[in-house]
Design a protein around this ligand. Structure first.
Ligand code: NAP
Length: 262
């Protein structure tokens, strides 16, 4: 959503945005896009080196802070919110993006695999919301949860991931309901196939990665897979005042893959 010359059409000047998993992939694209659109960005990631690299990059033209921690750990989340408030005095936007994919047949999963998947992808949204909401209320705060098309379509070997992503939509609705009166909007994005390190990792597990990639391209009516920037554009819209009457819902960003029945 850029005007010729690179100016962002949607602006979030002087807003403070905390983005989880912002050292790589979709989160990194959101961090860069939000920074270009005028926000101060908190890069909260378990990958310390990546987070510090992103902080350095964003500081070349804006305000940024790297916070290293695990989104499924309550102490780390509490500390991340406290550091954000210490540095920027406020918080306007929370993007729950950090996620992992623990794949494999469900009955072969251990209960600790299950807990790890659900803790990183879903419990984290509860924790981040719990500690962020006191700072988001009263001044038009926004939360955007990065779910997946896996919230409503299933692929074999993804039971725990599917459950975590469907759970994110339930939590999105519940938070929108409970905190609408605080002026907080809560929405989700359901991306399809997006070209990120997570997708590269998944391709590496396939017996014939090139054939799988051809098959993936073939199920997209738009003829391509998504870019992290495609998701960042949707996140910027939902986080901004351009979406001021949109709450409790989700936006599918999948190049029409799921309406084509895939
Ligand atoms: P990615 O490339 O793997 O990047 C995720 C980032 O989050 C990494 O920097 C990772 O650090 C960090 N992270 C992982 N666990 C964390 C934790 N416990 N606490 C804090 N940070 C953590 O992933 P992505 O593809 O950009 O995906 C981002 C989100 O979009 C995920 O929620 C994913 O489920 C969702 N999504 C992705 C796709 C897709 O096709 N890529 C499609 C639909 C939805 P490390 O690298 O050190 O683990």
């Amino acid at each position: 959503m850029q005007l010729p010359g690179g100016t962002n059409l949607i602006r979030i000047d002087n807003k403070v945005a905390l983005i989880t998993g912002a050292a790589a992939g979709i989160g990194a694209a959101i961090a860069e896009h939000f920074s270009e659109a005028g926000a101060a960005v908190v890069v909260f990631d378990i990958n310390g080196e990546g987070a510090r690299r992103m902080e350095e990059k964003l500081r070349q033209s804006g305000r940024a802070l790297a916070v290293i921690g695990d989104v499924s750990c309550e102490e780390d989340v509490k500390a991340a919110i406290e550091q954000t408030i210490r540095e920027f005095r406020t918080l306007d936007i929370l993007i729950n993006n950090a996620g992992i994919e623990v794949a494999g047949p469900m009955i072969e999963m251990t209960s600790s695999d299950w807990d790890h998947q659900l803790n990183v992808n879903l419990k984290s949204v509860f924790l981040l919301a719990k500690y962020a909401i006191p700072h988001l209320r009263g001044h038009g705060g926004a939360i955007v949860n990065i779910s997946s098309v896996h919230a409503f379509v299933s692929y074999e070997g993804n039971a725990a991931y599917d459950a975590s992503k469907a759970g994110m939509l339930g939590l999105t609705r519940a938070l929108a309901l409970e905190h609408g009166r605080d002026g907080i909007r809560v929405n989700a994005i359901c991306p399809g196939y997006i070209d990120t390190p997570m997708m590269d990792e998944w391709l590496r597990t396939q017996p014939d990665a090139a054939a799988t990639l051809r098959q993936v391209l073939g199920v997209h009516p738009l003829g391509r897979i998504g870019t992290p920037r495609d998701v960042a554009d949707a996140a910027l819209f939902l986080a901004s005042d351009a979406a001021s009457f949109i709450s409790g819902t989700f936006l599918v960003v999948d190049g029409a893959m799921t309406v084509a029945g895939h």
